[in-house]
Design a protein around this ligand. Structure first.
Ligand code: SF4
Ligand code: SF4
Length: 341
């Protein structure tokens, strides 16, 4: 495992990170085994979020004995200062630590979110106060919108940008990554498997490792999956022309009807949580029907509000047939909600 400088922080972390969403579906004992395997195999960068159910507690239980040897990153979706301060304190408690290395504003895609974060009494004030109090070492941001991500890192307020990147979602390589490199902002590559759309792990990492200064944060649901991904990093990257042809083939096959979670379609005037509804089949492919439907209920229960007005379709850069897809996904959700497992 190599350890690379994390932007301009002066801290080096493992080039391969750990994304904590899949530990949600593990028991505490299973999660401990997976997290400790990752640490034992050299991973020091662990990324979670207030939103990721009990993943912070699981990380706290598994890794608090090695706290000083790891780089802990978490996030909050809250935009107001009071709620962010509460979330930071809650994260510290759950993670069994008195500081996080990286606190990120979670999924900032809309201008209105950015405005609230920066408003007096907003989330930025709270994050800076937490930093002064020693609860947060560095501040970063995650986004699914390239224009917003670029706008945010240009402020100089963030040490890192977390953005989807994989051989299907390659857009960040065009302008966002070059800008981040120029500014010395660390790049966290989320969704290395495109949220489950990429099933060939070896191919996924051949692509990511062709971009050497990224920190991919794949999720792992078993010690074996950790071993598999770490083994890619133990060997030289042997990506060939044939591999890139295969990536292009898969990308073009998925092509049209594939939500990139960029959120340009939001907000829905009728309160539909469009992105949550659009990605439901991918989410459901990664957990049992019962768990998936429970996890996604808050989003999916808004889908019947859709009047098929079509506003979101005009905003989607991929011109996805959103109302029809939402309808189909809602039927799947109902099926899962009634399932026994
Ligand atoms: S088509 Fe449905 S989801 Fe899209 S903006 Fe209109 S009501 Fe909202
Ligand atoms: S439906 Fe389109 S605009 Fe909305 S998140 Fe998905 S890809 Fe982006």
């Amino acid at each position: 495992m190599k350890y690379l400088p994390f932007g301009k922080t002066g801290v080096s972390v493992s080039e391969l990170g750990f994304g904590a969403i899949p530990v949600i579906r593990l028991t505490f004992d299973e999660a401990e085994r997976v997290l400790r395997t990752a640490f034992d195999r050299g991973i020091t960068l662990f990324d979670t979020a207030n939103l990721y159910h009990d993943s912070e507690e699981k990380i706290g239980r598994a890794l608090s004995p090695v706290r000083d040897k790891i780089f802990l990153a978490t996030k909050s979706m809250k935009r107001d200062g009071k709620s962010v301060a509460e979330h930071i304190d809650l994260s510290l408690k759950r993670l069994k630590t008195d500081y996080v290395d990286l606190f990120q504003f979670h999924q900032v895609a809309q201008e209105k979110d950015r405005e609230v974060i920066y408003a007096p009494g907003g989330a930025m004030e709270a994050a800076l106060a937490a930093q002064r109090a020693g609860k947060v070492r560095f501040i970063g941001v995650s986004s699914h919108s390239i224009p917003m991500a670029m706008k945010l890192i240009r402020t100089g307020d963030f040490v890192s940008i977390q953005f989807p990147f994989n051989f299907i979602e390659t857009e960040a390589a065009d302008a966002l990554h070059p800008l981040a490199r120029e500014l010395g902002v660390a790049i966290l590559a989320m969704k290395p498997f495109a949220g489950g759309a990429i099933t060939d792990a070896a191919l996924a990492f051949k692509y990511l490792r062709s971009h050497a200064d990224l920190f991919p944060i794949p999720g792992y649901d078993s010690a074996e999956s950790v071993e598999q991904v770490v083994s890619f990093y133990d060997a030289p990257n042997n990506a060939s022309g044939k591999d890139f042809e295969e990536m292009a083939r898969i990308k073009s096959e998925l092509g049209g009807e594939f939500c990139r979670r960029c959120e340009y379609c939001q907000p829905c005037p009728f309160g539909v949580a469009i992105t949550g509804g659009m990605i439901y089949p991918l989410l459901a492919s990664r957990m049992s029907p019962k768990v998936a439907s429970g996890f996604a209920a808050a989003n999916l229960d808004t889908v019947p509000n859709c009047t098929e007005c079509g506003v979101c379709v005009t905003r989607c850069p991929y011109t996805l047939p959103i109302p029809a897809m939402l309808k189909k996904h809602y039927e799947l959700y109902l099926e899962h909600r009634n399932s026994k497992e």
